[in-house]
Ligand binder design. Structure first.
Ligand SMILES: [Zn+2]
Ligand SMILES: [Zn+2]
Length: 366
Protein backbone atom coordinates (compact mmCIF):
# COMPACT_ATOMS: atom_id res chain seq x y z
CA UNK A 1 0.00 0.00 0.00
CA UNK A 2 0.99 3.63 -0.39
CA UNK A 3 1.83 5.45 2.85
CA UNK A 4 3.12 8.90 3.79
CA UNK A 5 6.42 8.84 5.64
CA UNK A 6 9.04 11.31 6.89
CA UNK A 7 12.01 10.02 4.88
CA UNK A 8 15.63 10.92 5.58
CA UNK A 9 17.49 10.48 2.31
CA UNK A 10 21.06 11.19 3.35
CA UNK A 11 23.15 11.07 6.51
CA UNK A 12 22.24 14.10 8.64
CA UNK A 13 19.64 15.18 6.07
CA UNK A 14 16.20 16.70 6.69
CA UNK A 15 12.89 14.89 6.97
CA UNK A 16 11.10 14.85 3.61
CA UNK A 17 7.46 13.82 3.41
CA UNK A 18 7.17 11.25 0.65
CA UNK A 19 4.67 8.72 -0.60
CA UNK A 20 6.36 5.33 -0.33
CA UNK A 21 5.32 1.67 -0.52
CA UNK A 22 4.67 -0.52 2.51
CA UNK A 23 4.57 -4.30 1.99
CA UNK A 24 1.64 -6.41 3.19
CA UNK A 25 2.10 -7.94 6.64
CA UNK A 26 3.55 -11.46 6.62
CA UNK A 27 1.95 -14.34 8.57
CA UNK A 28 3.36 -13.24 11.95
CA UNK A 29 3.02 -9.50 11.38
CA UNK A 30 0.52 -6.69 11.89
CA UNK A 31 -0.38 -3.71 9.75
CA UNK A 32 -0.92 -0.78 12.10
CA UNK A 33 -2.26 2.70 11.43
CA UNK A 34 0.20 4.82 13.38
CA UNK A 35 -1.59 7.32 15.64
CA UNK A 36 1.46 8.74 17.42
CA UNK A 37 5.19 8.25 17.77
CA UNK A 38 7.60 9.45 20.38
CA UNK A 39 10.92 10.95 19.33
CA UNK A 40 13.93 9.42 21.07
CA UNK A 41 17.56 10.55 20.92
CA UNK A 42 18.33 7.26 19.19
CA UNK A 43 16.34 8.51 16.18
CA UNK A 44 18.73 11.45 15.92
CA UNK A 45 21.67 9.08 16.48
CA UNK A 46 20.43 7.09 13.48
CA UNK A 47 19.83 10.19 11.35
CA UNK A 48 23.44 11.24 11.98
CA UNK A 49 24.73 7.87 10.75
CA UNK A 50 24.22 5.69 13.86
CA UNK A 51 25.53 2.15 13.62
CA UNK A 52 26.29 1.72 9.90
CA UNK A 53 22.92 3.37 9.18
CA UNK A 54 21.65 2.89 5.63
CA UNK A 55 19.85 5.66 3.74
CA UNK A 56 17.21 6.50 2.67
CA UNK A 57 15.60 5.58 5.97
CA UNK A 58 12.40 6.05 7.91
CA UNK A 59 13.13 6.51 11.61
CA UNK A 60 10.75 6.34 14.56
CA UNK A 61 10.77 3.56 17.15
CA UNK A 62 8.20 4.61 19.72
CA UNK A 63 5.07 4.06 17.66
CA UNK A 64 1.52 3.45 18.83
CA UNK A 65 -1.57 2.86 16.76
CA UNK A 66 -4.56 0.79 15.74
CA UNK A 67 -4.32 -2.59 14.02
CA UNK A 68 -5.77 -2.66 10.50
CA UNK A 69 -4.66 -6.11 9.33
CA UNK A 70 -3.47 -9.25 11.13
CA UNK A 71 -1.17 -11.93 9.64
CA UNK A 72 -2.62 -15.46 9.32
CA UNK A 73 -0.55 -16.95 12.17
CA UNK A 74 -1.23 -14.17 14.69
CA UNK A 75 -3.61 -15.36 17.38
CA UNK A 76 -3.28 -12.76 20.12
CA UNK A 77 -4.34 -9.60 18.24
CA UNK A 78 -7.40 -8.49 16.32
CA UNK A 79 -8.20 -5.72 13.88
CA UNK A 80 -9.08 -2.61 15.91
CA UNK A 81 -6.79 -3.43 18.85
CA UNK A 82 -4.74 -0.50 20.16
CA UNK A 83 -1.04 -1.28 20.41
CA UNK A 84 2.24 0.29 21.51
CA UNK A 85 5.38 -0.81 19.61
CA UNK A 86 8.63 -1.81 21.27
CA UNK A 87 12.05 -3.12 20.28
CA UNK A 88 12.55 -6.04 17.93
CA UNK A 89 13.99 -9.45 18.83
CA UNK A 90 14.26 -12.77 17.03
CA UNK A 91 12.21 -14.97 19.34
CA UNK A 92 14.42 -18.01 18.58
CA UNK A 93 17.88 -17.54 20.12
CA UNK A 94 18.85 -18.85 23.55
CA UNK A 95 18.29 -15.46 25.20
CA UNK A 96 14.84 -15.02 23.63
CA UNK A 97 13.95 -18.63 24.53
CA UNK A 98 15.07 -17.93 28.11
CA UNK A 99 12.61 -15.07 28.44
CA UNK A 100 15.28 -12.39 28.01
CA UNK A 101 14.51 -10.82 24.61
CA UNK A 102 16.48 -7.69 25.58
CA UNK A 103 19.63 -9.88 25.35
CA UNK A 104 18.60 -11.24 21.92
CA UNK A 105 21.66 -12.39 19.93
CA UNK A 106 20.28 -10.43 16.98
CA UNK A 107 19.23 -7.28 18.89
CA UNK A 108 21.55 -4.91 17.01
CA UNK A 109 20.91 -6.30 13.53
CA UNK A 110 17.12 -6.33 14.00
CA UNK A 111 16.88 -2.86 15.54
CA UNK A 112 19.66 -1.08 13.66
CA UNK A 113 20.13 -3.24 10.54
CA UNK A 114 17.51 -1.45 8.43
CA UNK A 115 15.21 -4.45 7.90
CA UNK A 116 12.62 -6.60 9.64
CA UNK A 117 13.89 -9.72 11.47
CA UNK A 118 13.93 -11.74 8.21
CA UNK A 119 16.55 -9.41 6.73
CA UNK A 120 14.15 -7.72 4.29
CA UNK A 121 12.75 -4.21 4.47
CA UNK A 122 9.00 -3.68 4.29
CA UNK A 123 9.53 -0.16 2.90
CA UNK A 124 10.42 0.84 -0.66
CA UNK A 125 10.05 3.52 -3.29
CA UNK A 126 10.11 2.85 -7.03
CA UNK A 127 11.26 -0.68 -6.22
CA UNK A 128 14.28 0.49 -4.18
CA UNK A 129 14.48 -0.50 -0.51
CA UNK A 130 14.17 2.10 2.21
CA UNK A 131 15.84 1.25 5.52
CA UNK A 132 13.61 0.50 8.50
CA UNK A 133 14.47 1.46 12.08
CA UNK A 134 13.89 -0.84 15.08
CA UNK A 135 11.89 -2.98 12.61
CA UNK A 136 9.01 -0.51 12.86
CA UNK A 137 9.75 2.94 11.27
CA UNK A 138 6.94 4.76 13.04
CA UNK A 139 7.42 8.22 11.46
CA UNK A 140 4.84 7.17 8.90
CA UNK A 141 1.08 6.84 8.56
CA UNK A 142 1.30 3.05 8.70
CA UNK A 143 3.77 0.47 9.90
CA UNK A 144 4.17 -3.28 9.52
CA UNK A 145 5.55 -4.81 12.71
CA UNK A 146 6.11 -8.29 14.04
CA UNK A 147 3.43 -9.23 16.58
CA UNK A 148 6.26 -9.96 19.05
CA UNK A 149 6.97 -6.22 19.22
CA UNK A 150 3.37 -5.13 19.82
CA UNK A 151 1.84 -4.53 23.24
CA UNK A 152 -1.94 -4.39 23.49
CA UNK A 153 -3.26 -1.47 25.54
CA UNK A 154 -6.78 -0.54 26.66
CA UNK A 155 -8.71 1.60 24.21
CA UNK A 156 -9.21 4.34 26.80
CA UNK A 157 -5.44 4.97 26.94
CA UNK A 158 -4.36 8.08 25.02
CA UNK A 159 -1.90 6.74 22.43
CA UNK A 160 -0.03 10.06 22.37
CA UNK A 161 0.85 9.41 26.02
CA UNK A 162 1.47 5.69 25.57
CA UNK A 163 3.72 5.88 22.46
CA UNK A 164 7.01 6.74 24.23
CA UNK A 165 6.61 3.87 26.67
CA UNK A 166 8.06 1.52 24.05
CA UNK A 167 11.61 2.86 24.38
CA UNK A 168 12.67 5.95 26.34
CA UNK A 169 10.38 5.66 29.31
CA UNK A 170 10.81 1.92 29.86
CA UNK A 171 14.58 2.39 29.50
CA UNK A 172 14.78 4.80 32.44
CA UNK A 173 12.10 3.28 34.63
CA UNK A 174 13.02 -0.33 33.86
CA UNK A 175 16.61 0.22 34.96
CA UNK A 176 15.28 0.96 38.44
CA UNK A 177 12.53 -1.63 38.69
CA UNK A 178 13.99 -4.52 36.68
CA UNK A 179 17.74 -4.25 37.13
CA UNK A 180 18.44 -2.41 40.37
CA UNK A 181 15.25 -3.65 42.04
CA UNK A 182 16.03 -0.91 44.49
CA UNK A 183 14.97 -1.05 48.09
CA UNK A 184 13.65 1.59 50.45
CA UNK A 185 17.18 2.30 51.67
CA UNK A 186 18.89 2.74 48.31
CA UNK A 187 20.61 5.93 47.27
CA UNK A 188 20.56 6.83 43.57
CA UNK A 189 22.03 9.58 41.39
CA UNK A 190 20.62 10.09 37.91
CA UNK A 191 22.74 12.01 35.39
CA UNK A 192 20.88 13.75 32.56
CA UNK A 193 17.33 15.05 32.91
CA UNK A 194 15.83 14.05 29.57
CA UNK A 195 12.92 11.63 29.25
CA UNK A 196 15.05 8.62 30.24
CA UNK A 197 16.51 10.35 33.31
CA UNK A 198 13.17 11.70 34.49
CA UNK A 199 11.56 8.29 34.01
CA UNK A 200 14.27 6.82 36.23
CA UNK A 201 13.46 9.51 38.84
CA UNK A 202 9.74 8.66 38.71
CA UNK A 203 10.50 4.95 39.15
CA UNK A 204 12.96 5.60 42.00
CA UNK A 205 10.28 7.64 43.72
CA UNK A 206 7.76 4.84 43.25
CA UNK A 207 10.28 2.40 44.74
CA UNK A 208 10.74 4.69 47.77
CA UNK A 209 14.49 5.12 47.38
CA UNK A 210 16.01 6.96 50.31
CA UNK A 211 17.93 9.63 48.39
CA UNK A 212 17.26 10.43 44.73
CA UNK A 213 19.75 12.92 43.32
CA UNK A 214 19.01 14.51 39.94
CA UNK A 215 21.95 15.99 38.01
CA UNK A 216 21.31 18.14 34.95
CA UNK A 217 22.08 21.44 33.26
CA UNK A 218 18.57 22.79 32.71
CA UNK A 219 16.93 24.43 35.72
CA UNK A 220 13.40 23.80 34.39
CA UNK A 221 14.05 20.06 34.03
CA UNK A 222 15.60 19.96 37.50
CA UNK A 223 12.50 21.62 38.96
CA UNK A 224 10.40 18.98 37.24
CA UNK A 225 12.71 16.28 38.62
CA UNK A 226 11.96 17.56 42.11
CA UNK A 227 8.23 17.50 41.39
CA UNK A 228 8.57 13.91 40.15
CA UNK A 229 10.37 12.72 43.27
CA UNK A 230 14.02 13.80 43.33
CA UNK A 231 15.09 14.50 46.91
CA UNK A 232 18.03 16.66 45.74
CA UNK A 233 18.98 18.40 42.51
CA UNK A 234 22.41 19.48 41.29
CA UNK A 235 22.74 21.94 38.42
CA UNK A 236 26.02 20.99 36.76
CA UNK A 237 26.38 24.56 35.49
CA UNK A 238 26.24 25.97 39.01
CA UNK A 239 28.58 23.68 40.94
CA UNK A 240 32.35 23.28 40.54
CA UNK A 241 32.54 19.69 41.62
CA UNK A 242 29.56 17.39 41.03
CA UNK A 243 31.25 14.44 42.74
CA UNK A 244 31.87 16.48 45.88
CA UNK A 245 28.28 17.74 45.87
CA UNK A 246 26.97 14.16 45.69
CA UNK A 247 29.31 13.04 48.50
CA UNK A 248 28.03 15.91 50.64
CA UNK A 249 24.49 14.56 50.27
CA UNK A 250 25.46 10.90 50.67
CA UNK A 251 28.81 10.52 52.46
CA UNK A 252 30.82 7.75 50.81
CA UNK A 253 28.83 7.95 47.57
CA UNK A 254 25.56 6.60 46.24
CA UNK A 255 24.66 2.95 45.78
CA UNK A 256 23.64 3.42 42.14
CA UNK A 257 24.52 5.93 39.46
CA UNK A 258 22.54 6.00 36.25
CA UNK A 259 23.96 7.93 33.31
CA UNK A 260 21.47 9.00 30.68
CA UNK A 261 23.57 11.91 29.40
CA UNK A 262 25.65 9.79 27.04
CA UNK A 263 28.57 12.11 27.77
CA UNK A 264 31.92 10.53 28.65
CA UNK A 265 33.12 13.07 31.24
CA UNK A 266 29.76 12.78 33.03
CA UNK A 267 30.11 9.00 33.22
CA UNK A 268 33.53 9.50 34.78
CA UNK A 269 31.86 11.61 37.48
CA UNK A 270 29.19 8.95 37.95
CA UNK A 271 31.91 6.35 38.57
CA UNK A 272 33.64 8.53 41.15
CA UNK A 273 30.33 9.51 42.82
CA UNK A 274 29.33 5.93 43.48
CA UNK A 275 29.97 4.12 46.74
CA UNK A 276 32.33 1.29 47.56
CA UNK A 277 30.77 -1.71 45.80
CA UNK A 278 28.43 0.67 43.99
CA UNK A 279 27.07 0.20 40.47
CA UNK A 280 27.10 2.54 37.50
CA UNK A 281 24.65 1.98 34.64
CA UNK A 282 25.28 3.52 31.24
CA UNK A 283 22.08 4.04 29.28
CA UNK A 284 23.25 6.44 26.54
CA UNK A 285 25.80 6.18 23.77
CA UNK A 286 28.79 7.55 25.54
CA UNK A 287 31.98 8.19 23.57
CA UNK A 288 35.38 7.92 25.17
CA UNK A 289 36.56 8.40 28.74
CA UNK A 290 40.30 8.70 29.12
CA UNK A 291 40.83 9.80 32.66
CA UNK A 292 39.59 7.18 35.02
CA UNK A 293 41.74 4.56 36.56
CA UNK A 294 40.34 1.05 36.37
CA UNK A 295 42.50 -0.13 39.27
CA UNK A 296 41.51 2.66 41.62
CA UNK A 297 38.04 3.56 40.39
CA UNK A 298 36.67 0.10 39.59
CA UNK A 299 38.77 -2.69 41.13
CA UNK A 300 39.80 -1.20 44.47
CA UNK A 301 36.30 0.11 45.01
CA UNK A 302 34.73 -3.14 43.80
CA UNK A 303 32.38 -1.20 41.58
CA UNK A 304 30.36 -2.48 38.65
CA UNK A 305 30.16 -0.49 35.42
CA UNK A 306 27.66 -1.83 32.92
CA UNK A 307 25.68 -0.85 29.86
CA UNK A 308 22.04 -1.71 29.56
CA UNK A 309 19.29 -1.22 26.96
CA UNK A 310 15.50 -0.83 27.17
CA UNK A 311 15.52 -1.17 30.98
CA UNK A 312 15.79 -4.91 30.31
CA UNK A 313 12.03 -4.89 30.05
CA UNK A 314 9.72 -7.50 28.66
CA UNK A 315 7.60 -4.77 27.15
CA UNK A 316 4.41 -6.87 27.10
CA UNK A 317 4.65 -7.19 30.88
CA UNK A 318 6.13 -3.85 31.85
CA UNK A 319 4.23 -1.36 29.67
CA UNK A 320 0.76 -2.37 30.96
CA UNK A 321 2.22 -1.96 34.48
CA UNK A 322 3.41 1.58 33.76
CA UNK A 323 0.02 2.43 32.24
CA UNK A 324 -1.71 1.15 35.37
CA UNK A 325 0.54 3.32 37.54
CA UNK A 326 -0.03 6.28 35.23
CA UNK A 327 -3.80 5.84 35.62
CA UNK A 328 -3.35 5.73 39.41
CA UNK A 329 -1.43 9.01 39.26
CA UNK A 330 1.81 7.42 40.44
CA UNK A 331 3.73 7.70 37.17
CA UNK A 332 2.78 11.06 35.58
CA UNK A 333 4.33 10.56 32.13
CA UNK A 334 2.14 13.31 30.68
CA UNK A 335 4.25 15.88 32.54
CA UNK A 336 7.26 15.22 30.30
CA UNK A 337 5.43 14.99 26.94
CA UNK A 338 4.89 17.72 24.32
CA UNK A 339 2.77 16.81 21.28
CA UNK A 340 3.55 18.08 17.77
CA UNK A 341 1.74 17.61 14.46
CA UNK A 342 3.44 15.23 12.02
CA UNK A 343 4.26 18.16 9.71
CA UNK A 344 6.28 19.77 12.51
CA UNK A 345 8.62 16.80 13.03
CA UNK A 346 11.72 18.85 12.17
CA UNK A 347 10.76 21.48 14.75
CA UNK A 348 10.15 18.75 17.34
CA UNK A 349 13.67 17.40 16.80
CA UNK A 350 15.10 20.90 17.05
CA UNK A 351 13.21 21.72 20.26
CA UNK A 352 14.35 18.42 21.77
CA UNK A 353 17.96 19.12 20.78
CA UNK A 354 17.74 22.65 22.22
CA UNK A 355 16.37 21.34 25.52
CA UNK A 356 13.07 23.21 25.09
CA UNK A 357 11.01 20.06 25.44
CA UNK A 358 11.71 16.77 27.18
CA UNK A 359 9.80 14.14 25.24
CA UNK A 360 8.32 15.24 21.92
CA UNK A 361 5.57 13.05 20.54
CA UNK A 362 4.39 13.32 16.93
CA UNK A 363 0.64 13.13 16.31
CA UNK A 364 0.30 11.25 13.03
CA UNK A 365 -3.43 10.55 12.82
CA UNK A 366 -6.51 10.80 15.00
ZN1 LIG B 1 16.71 -13.60 19.93
ZN1 LIG C 1 14.78 4.97 21.89
Amino acid sequence: MKIKAAVVNTKGGPFVFEEIDLADPKDDELLVKVVASGICHTDEFGRQGGINQKFPAVFGHEGAGIIEKVGSEVKNFQVGDHVVFSYGYCGNCAACRSGKPFYCDHYNEINFGGTAADGKSRLSKNGEDIAMFFAQSSFATHSVINNRSAIKVDKDVNLEIAAPLGCGIQTGAGTITNIIKSSINSTIAVFGMGAVGLSAIMAANMEHCKEIIAIGGNSKSLELAKELGATHTINRKEVDDIVKSIHEIVPGGVDYCIDTSGFGPMIEKAIKASSFNGSIFVLGSSGIIDSFNIGEDILMNMRTLRGTCEGECIAQVYIPEIIRMYKEGRFPIDKIITVYDFEDIEQAFKDSHDGKVIKPVIRISK
